[in-house]
Design a protein around this ligand. Structure first.
Ligand SMILES: NC(=O)c1ccc[n+]([C@@H]2O[C@H](COP(=O)([O-])OP(=O)(O)OC[C@H]3O[C@@H](n4cnc5c(N)ncnc54)[C@H](OP(=O)(O)O)[C@@H]3O)[C@@H](O)[C@H]2O)c1
Length: 326
């Protein structure tokens, strides 16, 4: 597995998102033994970068990751997040709390659940409009100085926030949605990240599973699967968006790869500073997704993928879009 640098932090260029093992998706939390095996298999295959957050579960996903990496901590770049739905200071509302007091409390909980004395990459999960980013990053810089955190990251931060944060302490990575059907990052954010030397961690690189072709209707989804409320999966949009999947499947057939591998290989072709974190709770899919590291798309295949029709529907529902910093 090739490695890339995220602002100085070396990671496998394909990582593993652990979220769906415990939250939001159909089957979450139903087979923890398989989830742990999936993490172990990823490590065997050279995946070093594992992504979680305190809000996944909440808390249970960090606990699961902590159990899985026990005795293997040195092989893993552990990434987790605070301030995205949980306030430990008693703040009311949607839980966007990046106050220094909240960070101090959050980090101790994450360290405990992950069973470690340091977090390799600690992200602000969502920008907190009521705390200046300088105060947040100042608190994170203190955690770096204390050795509790090695690198800091931002998730769904806009250009101005990124610049202000980076001026206080180097930001290693920005995490945002980036995939064949979500390409907004290319216009302004990616050039800015490159100017500042910050890596990009694309989340939901498989379009929440949609780009793999495994999800052509909502029939198999649990009643509480969050995709049932996502605009791209609802109403007429789902059917319209299948045109995108059909084309990804056609390229996959030509390249003798799976659609999931094509979606990942296309992201990898966008640069050496990009490290996607596909999510799965199954060993077989960890194997399939990791193998995308070996796929070289031709210029013609990349051009075909670049020309995919635009997705119908926002990438999050209204509440989700409202907490994205722009
Ligand atoms: N910063 C943020 O705000 C944010 C937001 C969302 C996600 N994330 C991070 O990004 C990670 C990945 O995102 P995600 O899980 O939302 O979306 P994703 O990686 O685009 O897709 C995950 C879905 O695809 C399915 N899948 C995975 N590999 C597959 C394959 N080869 N063939 C068919 N289906 C496959 C998974 O099902 P199975 O599990 O059943 O295989 C799961 O339902 C998360 O784990 C999390 O760490 C961060």
């Amino acid at each position: 597995m090739k490695r890339v640098s995220l602002g100085g932090l070396e990671v496998s260029r394909i990582g593993l998102g652990a979220m769906s093992m415990s939250a939001y998706y159909t089957g979450a939390g139903t087979d923890e033994a398989e989830s742990v095996r999936a993490i172990h298999r990823a490590l065997e295959l050279g995946v070093t970068h594992i992504d979680t957050a305190e809000v996944y579960g909440p808390y249970t996903n960090e606990e699961l990751v902590g159990r899985a990496v026990k005795g293997r901590r040195e092989q893993v770049v552990l990434a987790t997040k605070f301030g995205g739905g949980i306030s430990h200071t008693g703040r009311e509302g949607v839980g966007l709390d990046s106050s220094p007091a909240n960070i101090r409390l959050a980090v101790e909980g994450s360290l405990k659940r992950l069973g470690t004395d340091h977090i390799d990459l600690y992200y602000q999960h969502r920008v907190d409009p009521s705390t200046p980013i300088e105060e947040t990053v100042g608190a994170l810089a203190e955690l770096v100085a204390e050795g509790k955190v090695r690198h800091i990251g931002l998730s769904e931060a806009g250009p101005e926030t990124i610049r202000r944060a980076h001026a206080v302490h180097p930001v290693a990575a920005l995490q945002t949605e980036y995939s064949l059907w979500t390409r907004d990052v290319e216009e302004e954010l990616l050039p800015l990240l490159r100017e500042l030397g910050i890596g990009l961690v694309p989340y939901s690189p498989l379009g929440h599973g949609f780009l793999t072709g495994a999800l052509r209707s909502l029939d198999g989804l649990a009643a509480d699967d969050w995709r049932r409320g996502n605009p791209r999966f609802t109403g007429e949009n789902l059917g319209r968006n299948l045109r995108i999947v059909d084309e990804v499947e056609a390229v996959a057939a030509e390249a003798d790869a799976t659609p999931a591998q094509i979606a990942l290989a296309w992201l990898l072709a966008q640069g050496e500073d990009i490290a996607p974190i596909p999510g799965t709770k199954r060993v077989s899919r960890v194997e399939e997704n990791s193998a995308a590291d070996g796929i070289e798309l031709t210029a013609e295949q990349i051009a075909r993928l670049n020309d995919l029709p635009a997705a119908h529907g926002d990438r999050h529902d209204e509440i989700g879009m409202a907490v994205i910093d722009r």
